[in-house]
Design a protein around this ligand. Structure first.
Ligand SMILES: Nc1ncnc2[nH]cnc12
Ligand SMILES: [Zn+2]
Length: 334
C-alpha cells in the first residue's frame, strides 16, 4: 500500500476547520444564484485564480466577502453537509468545527439562522455518514470585547449544543489578553476554550492563550518553535496543537512546505494534529495536508499514525469514545 493509500483509509479527527472556509466556489455560485446575490467575479475559475494570498489579512478580506452568499438556514445546512461529505471521503470520523457568527450577524443574518442550519447538517452527517461533530463558536478578534460578549449572550439558548469558544481572524495587534474576561465567562458556562495563537503572532500570544485564556488547545502554534521555554511548557501540559500545513503555505507562514516545522514539533514531543483550516481556499482537505507533509518533509507512516492518534486524544470526545477511535487507528495500522 502506498503512503497516500494508507493516509486515505487512516481514521482521523479534524479539529481545526472553519466551516465558512469550506465554501467551494461551485457552491458559492449556486448560493449566489439562489439568493440573487451578485459576485465580483464571473466564473469558478476566476474565483479560484484570485486565491493567491501573501498573508492572513489578504485571505481574510476574500473569505469574509465570500461568506456573503450565505443567507438562509438551508444555505448553512448545505455548506455543512458539503464539508462532511468531503471529510467522510478522507476517513474523518469526528470533527470539531469552527463557525464565525459575527461574520453573519454583522450583515443582518440572525445567529439562529447560521447555527440551526449547521446543527441540522451535523445531525445528517451523524445519521448518513457516521461522522460525529461538535461546534466551536469563534470570536472575531479584530472586533471588540463588547461584541464578543454580545455574541456569547446570543449563543445562550444553544449553550448545550455548543462545545466551546475559539478566537480567530487578524492575529497581530489583537492579543489574547483582549478577550480574557469573555473567555473566563465562557469557562464559567462550562464551555471548552481554544484560540488561534502563534500563526502570525509572536510566542507571547501563545503564553497569553495558555495563562490568560486557559485554553484546552492551541490552534496553529507554529511560532512556539522560537521559544524553548514555551515548547517545554506545551510538552509538560500535553497541549494539543492543531497545525494546518497547506494553510501555512498559502498564507506565507512558511515559505516552503519542505521546511514546515512539523518534524521538529514531533521531535520536541509536542502533541501535533493535522488539519485543513479553510480547505476551499487553501487547495485541499485534511488528507491533502497529511500527504503534503509525508511527501515534502518525510514524516514517516508511524508519525502519521501518531498524529491521527493525537487527533482523537486531543478532541473533546468522552474518554470511552477516544479510546474506541484510537483502537481503530491502531488496528488499521497493525
Ligand atoms: N487561518 C486563520 N487564521 C485566523 N483566522 C481565520 N479565519 C479563518 N481562517 C483563519
Ligand atoms: Zn484557522
Amino acid at each position: 500500500m502506498s503512503l497516500h493509500e494508507f493516509i486515505a483509509g487512516l481514521p482521523k479527527a479534524e479539529l481545526h476547520l472553519h466551516i465558512e472556509g469550506s465554501l467551494e466556489p461551485e457552491l458559492m455560485f449556486e448560493l449566489a444564484k439562489r439568493n440573487r446575490v451578485s459576485l465580483p467575479l464571473d466564473s469558478v475559475e476566476a474565483v479560484r485564480a484570485a486565491y493567491d494570498f501573501s498573508n492572513l489579512q489578504d485571505f481574510l478580506d476574500i473569505y469574509y466577502s465570500g461568506a456573503d452568499v450565505l443567507r438562509t438556514e438551508q444555505d448553512f445546512h448545505d455548506l455543512g453537509l458539503a464539508y462532511f461529505r468531503r471529510a467522510a471521503a478522507d476517513s474523518v470520523r469526528h470533527a470539531e468545527i469552527f463557525f464565525d457568527p459575527q461574520t453573519h450577524t454583522d450583515r443582518g443574518i440572525p445567529f439562529q439562522v447560521a447555527i440551526d442550519g449547521l446543527l441540522a447538517s451535523m445531525d445528517r452527517a451523524e445519521a448518513e455518514l457516521g461522522i460525529s461533530s461538535r461546534l466551536i463558536l469563534c470570536f472575531l478578534r479584530h472586533l471588540d470585547e463588547d461584541a464578543a460578549f454580545a455574541t456569547l449572550k446570543a449563543a445562550e439558548p444553544w449553550q448545550d449544543q455548543i462545545l466551546g469558544v475559539g478566537l480567530d481572524s487578524s492575529e497581530v495587534g489583537h492579543p489574547p489578553s483582549k478577550f480574557q474576561r469573555v473567555f473566563e465567562r465562557a469557562g464559567d458556562m462550562g464551555l471548552k476554550r481554544v484560540a488561534h495563537a502563534g500563526e502570525e503572532g509572536p510566542p507571547d500570544y501563545i503564553w497569553q492563550a495558555l495563562d490568560l485564556l486557559k485554553v484546552d488547545r492551541i490552534d496553529h502554534g507554529n511560532r512556539a518553535m522560537e521559544d524553548p521555554a514555551l515548547i517545554r511548557r506545551l510538552v509538560e501540559q500535553g497541549m494539543t496543537l492543531t497545525v494546518c500545513p497547506l494553510s501555512n503555505h498559502k498564507l506565507c507562514v512558511v515559505d516552503d512546505l519542505a521546511r514546515h516545522p512539523l518534524p521538529s514539533m514531533l521531535d520536541a514531543g509536542l502533541k501535533v494534529t493535522l488539519n485543513s483550516d479553510d480547505p476551499a481556499y487553501f487547495g485541499g482537505y485534511v488528507n491533502r495536508n497529511y500527504e503534503a507533509m509525508a511527501d515534502q518533509t518525510g514524516v514517516t507512516r508511524d508519525q502519521l499514525v501518531e498524529i491521527a492518534i493525537n487527533s482523537f486524544a486531543g478532541s473533546c470526545l468522552p474518554e470511552a469514545d477516544k479510546a474506541r477511535h484510537i483502537s481503530a487507528v491502531q488496528a488499521y495500522a497493525a
